[in-house]
Design a protein around this ligand. Structure first.
Ligand code: PMP
Length: 393
C-alpha cells in the first residue's frame, strides 16, 4: 500500500517504537510515587518534557502534556476564556480551523454566551493578517489561528498576527499541529501565548500531544490530582510521552532534509500530473506550492497564500472524490478527500466551503494527498500514473 495520507496521521518510526517499548518494560512506575521506581518514571517524564521544551525553545514548565492537539486546543481556548471572562467577551478565530478549535469556540458561544467571530479567507483563498486586525475588537480576549491548514497545507500569517497582537490585550493561541517537526515552531518567535501540537503527525504515537503556555491563567479541563502543575490531572501516559519526545527529536535532527525531500515529492507530483494528463490539474487557488525558503521566519513573515510542502489539495473537474478515493484504495493507494475528522462523514469540507461557497463543485471533487519523509519518488510517480489511468477511463 502506498500511504499518502500523512496529514491525517503518520507511521510510527521504528526508533520511536523501540523507545516506547523500552519505557513500557522498564519505567512502569507512577511518576508521582516517591519510591525509586516512581522516581525513575518521574525522571523519564522530566526528560521528555525537556526534549519538547527544547524543540520549542521554551522552558519545560511551560509545556503541559495532553492527549493530543484536540485537548490542547480545547484547554487553551475554553480554559483561557472561562478563567478570564472579566477581561472581555469576544473570541476571534478563522473559519478554516480544525474542528477542535471551531467547536470549542462554538461551545463557548452556545453555552457561555461569548461573542465569536469566524473570519473567512479572501475570495482567492489568501488569508492576510489584516483580516484579523479588521475583526479585532476592544473586548477581544483571545485570537486562535492555525499555523498551517490540515486540508490544504496553506500557511497562515501567524507571526504577523502575533506581532500585531503585542499591542492588544488579546492572547494568541496557535494550532501548530501541521507544522510541528516540519519547520521550526517557536512560540516566542511567532508571538504565541499558547501553542498546540499532536505527536502522531510527526511519526509519534496517537493520543498524546502538548500545549505550550506562557504562564497565563487558564482553567483545567480535567480536574483531579496535581499532575502537570495542576493544569491537567491524571497519571501521565509515560511511554507515549517518551515516544513523542523521541519522534520530535528525530524530526528536528532531520528537518531540513525532510523538508526538501517532501518539497521535491510535491513538485514531482504536480509535474507528473501536469505532464501526464491532458486534463487540467487545478491546484486550489490558495494552495500555491512554490516554497523554497530557508527558515520558518521567512514563512511566517512572507508567505501569504503559500503552503506546507506535505499537503497537496487538488480538484478534478467532473470527478466525484469519493469514487476517486475508492478506486485509488482498490489500486493500493491511500489518500483522503478532506481531513480525517470529517472524512468519515458526508459533510463537505468547511475549509473549501469558506473559500468557494457551499455550492462550489470543488467540494465534491477535491482530494488531499499528503506526504511524509518516508514516501519515495517511485511511490509518487506510481500514484500519478494510477490517478491518470483512473481519470482517463
Ligand atoms: N489541529 C489540526 C490542524 C489537525 O490537523 C489535527 C488532526 N487532524 C488536530 C488539531 C487534532 O489532533 P488530534 O486528533 O491528534 O487531537
Amino acid at each position: 500500500m502506498i500511504y499518502l495520507d500523512n496529514a491525517a496521521t503518520t507511521a510510527v518510526l521504528p526508533e520511536v517504537v523501540a523507545a516506547m517499548s523500552e519505557s513500557l518494560a522498564t519505567t512502569f512506575g507512577n511518576p508521582s510515587s516517591l519510591h525509586t521506581i516512581g522516581r525513575k518514571a518521574s525522571q523519564v517524564l522530566r526528560e521528555s518534557r525537556e526534549t519538547v521544551a527544547k524543540a520549542l525553545n521554551v522552558m519545560p514548565r511551560e509545556i503541559v502534556f495532553t492527549s493530543g492537539a484536540s485537548e490542547a486546543n480545547n484547554t487553551a481556548i475554553i480554559g483561557y476564556a472561562l478563567a478570564n471572562r472579566s477581561k472581555g467577551n469576544h473570541i476571534l478565530t478563522t473559519a478554516i480551523e480544525h474542528p477542535s478549535v471551531l467547536n470549542a469556540v462554538k461551545y463557548l458561544h452556545e453555552r457561555h454566551g461569548f461573542d465569536v467571530t469566524f473570519v473567512k479567507p479572501l475570495a482567492n483563498g489568501n488569508f492576510p493578517a489584516e483580516l484579523i486586525s479588521q475583526n479585532l475588537r476592544e473586548d477581544t480576549i483571545l485570537v486562535s489561528m492555525m499555523a498551517a491548514n490540515n486540508e490544504t497545507g496553506q500557511l497562515l500569517p501567524v507571526a504577523e498576527v502575533g506581532e500585531m497582537l503585542q499591542a492588544h490585550k488579546a492572547v494568541f493561541h496557535v494550532d501548530a499541529t501541521q507544522i510541528m517537526g516540519k519547520i521550526p515552531a517557536h512560540p516566542k518567535e511567532i508571538g504565541a501565548d499558547f501553542l498546540s501540537a499532536s505527536a502522531h503527525k510527526f511519526h509519534g504515537p496517537k493520543g498524546v500531544g502538548f500545549l505550550y503556555h506562557d504562564a497565563l491563567k487558564f482553567d483545567s479541563l480535567i480536574h483531579g490530582g496535581e499532575q502537570e502543575e495542576k493544569r491537567r490531572a491524571g497519571t501521565e501516559n509515560l511511554h507515549s510521552l517518551v515516544g513523542m519526545a523521541k519522534a520530535l527529536e528525530i524530526s528536528l535532527e532531520n528537518m531540513d532534509d525532510n523538508f526538501h525531500h517532501v518539497e521535491n515529492l510535491k513538485k514531482t507530483l504536480l509535474t507528473e500530473l501536469g505532464e501526464q494528463t491532458s486534463l487540467s490539474v487545478s491546484e486550489q487557488a490558495h494552495n500555491g506550492f512554490a516554497i523554497s525558503k530557508n527558515t520558518a521566519l521567512d514563512f511566517y513573515q512572507n508567505e501569504f497564500g503559500k503552503s506546507m510542502p506535505h499537503v497537496v489539495n487538488l480538484a478534478f473537474p467532473g470527478q466525484n472524490h469519493d469514487l476517486l478515493l475508492t478506486k485509488l484504495d482498490m489500486a493500493g493507494i491511500a489518500i483522503s478527500t478532506g481531513s480525517a475528522c470529517t472524512a468519515g462523514t458526508v459533510e463537505p469540507s468547511h475549509v473549501l466551503e469558506a473559500v468557494y461557497g457551499t455550492a462550489a463543485p470543488q467540494l465534491k471533487e477535491n482530494i488531499r494527498v499528503s506526504f511524509s519523509e518516508l514516501n519515495t519518488f517511485d511511490e509518487v510517480v506510481k500514484f500519478a500514473e494510477t490517478l491518470k489511468n483512473i481519470l482517463m477511463n
